[in-house]
Design a protein. Sequence first.
Length: 191
Amino acid sequence: MNAAGPGRRADSRRNRQRLLDAAEEVIERDGAQASLEEIARRAGVGSATLHRHFPSRQALLNAVFHEGVERLCRRARELADGLAPRDALAVWLEELTTYTTTTRGLAMTLMSGPGGAIAVEDSCHGLIHDAAARLVTDAEKAEVLRAEVAPHELIALANAISLASEGDPGSARRLLALALGGVLKSPPAKV
C-alpha cells in the first residue's frame, strides 16, 4: 500500500504539470475564457482530474500566471528601493501594463480577483495589489500622487489599458502615459 501512495503522488504531480502546460498554450491562444475541457483533453486527463487540481477557473488561471506575477512584484520592490517614488510607480505601472498586454488572459484574471478557492494574499490579484500599495504609499508620502488615488484603481486602469491594447505594448505605453498625466502630480519646474 505504501508503494502505491508515492506513485500516485508522482502521477498527480505529473498530471498537474501537464494541465499547467496545456493551460498555458490554450490560454495564450484563447485568453482567460479558454475551454477547460480543451485544456484537460490536451493534458491527456479528464475534466474531473482538472477540477481535482484546480477547483475553479480562477484557481487554474492563478497557477498559470503566478510565476510572472511574482516577478512583477519583485520588480516593484526593486524599483521602490532604487528610484524616486514617482519614477518607481510610473516605471512599474508601465511594466505591469506591458506584461498584461502581452500575456493573454492575465488582465482578466487580475480584474476578477482571487475567487474564493485561493487565499487573497496568495492570489495573483492579491500579490499585485500589495506591490501597488507600497508604490502608491511611497508616492503619496512624497506628494507626487493625487491623494485620492487607490492601488486598486491603478491596477484597474492598467488592466483596462491592457485589454484595450491586447498584443500592442506600444499602444499600451502611450495610453498609460496619457492616463498617468491625470493621476501623478507634475514634477516641480526646474529653475
